[in-house]
Write a protein that binds this ligand. Structure first.
Ligand code: HSE
Length: 307
């Protein structure tokens, strides 16, 4: 096999109480990428559609993660990467992670899968770090493994797969403004009060337990972020109105998706998730803020081969 086309999914990182450690994978939103073996050695990005992103390998997250893997293998050929980008950069649903994951997943398939998913995440972290100026894997891990993942540690990298309750659906609204991850990290405090930390880790522990036991009430009671949301929500227009609108029609919870500006909510059942979509959209429809909104089931497969 010399060429592969893959789908690299969007993801929601943090999931309210799990800043930098928890994430889940979306089903209906993602990038397509083509990875091809070439006689010319090295990594070359030959096509980028829909967004104006750098073609220089070292300046493109897909290129940087591909290079990290390329430097770890001994081959007498190179790779070309084509990126058909559907996830808007700076949207908060793992745009850079999808690119970083797609290139290494595709290359690994073309060379007979020498690396496991955790090792692929190690390479992809290098690409993600180019975009967010720090190494974290809470978008990368769900894009590679699918479902919910918890990054137990970065060094050494340890990723836990958390089960997804069958009836869980996500609604994501994306106001069309760009927030760079590096900028939304800069607004965060360096220290947090112990009482807030206690509340946050109690919520994260109970959310993980609730996902294991399909306890939707406990999911709802755990989806609270007392540490990051108070700071970042100020960067997102009408955040509280959108969140309250979602809760009012039955969402289990809502919060900032990754570093924003997208806002996610989780619901039990497609019917409620669709009502949440309408309620969230109604908030921005009354303004001149353009937006996109998606309802999706949780994608338990992650990045996958299309052809
Ligand atoms: N955990 C990261 C953040 C995800 O919230 O900054 C975005 O890259």
């Amino acid at each position: 096999m010399n060429e592969i086309k893959i789908f690299s999914p969007a993801t929601v990182a943090n999931v309210a109480c799990g800043f930098d450690v928890l994430g889940f994978c979306l089903d209906s939103v993602g990038d397509d990428m083509v990875i091809r073996k070439t006689d010319k050695k090295g990594i070359h990005i030959t096509k980028i559609e829909n967004f104006d992103l750098p073609f220089e390998t070292e300046l493109n997250v897909a290129g940087v993660s591909a290079l990290a893997m390329y430097n770890a293998i001994d081959v007498d050929f190179g790779f070309e990467i084509e990126i058909y980008k559907n996830i808007k950069p700076g949207s908060g649903i793992g745009s850079s992670a999808a690119s970083a994951v797609g290139s290494v997943f595709g290359m690994n398939e073309l060379i007979g899968r020498p690396f496991n998913k955790t090792q692929l995440t190690e390479f992809a972290i290098k690409g993600e770090a180019l975009a967010s100026k720090c190494e974290h894997a809470d978008n990368l891990a769900p894009a590679l493994f699918g479902g919910f993942t918890l990054v137990k540690s970065i060094s050494p990298l340890q990723i836990l797969e958390i089960p997804t309750p069958n009836d869980l659906f996500a609604t994501i609204i994306h106001p069309q403004i760009e927030i760079k991850t590096s900028e939304s990290r800069a607004v965060l405090p360096k220290e947090v009060p112990l009482s807030d930390a206690i509340e946050q880790w109690a919520n994260l522990g109970s959310l993980v337990h609730a996902l294991h036991t399909s306890d939707y009430n406990l999911i709802s009671n755990s989806l609270n972020d007392v540490i990051v949301e108070p700071y970042r929500s100020q960067l997102i227009p009408l955040f509280n109105d959108v969140k309250q609108a979602a809760l009012h029609v039955g969402a289990l919870g809502a919060g900032i998706s990754g570093s924003g500006p997208s806002i996610f909510s989780l619901s039990k059942g497609l019917e409620t998730a669709t009502k949440v979509k309408e309620a969230m959209a109604a908030v921005y429809s009354k303004t001149d803020i353009a937006f996109e909104v998606h309802v999706t089931k949780i994608n338990n497969e992650g990045v996958k081969i299309i052809s």
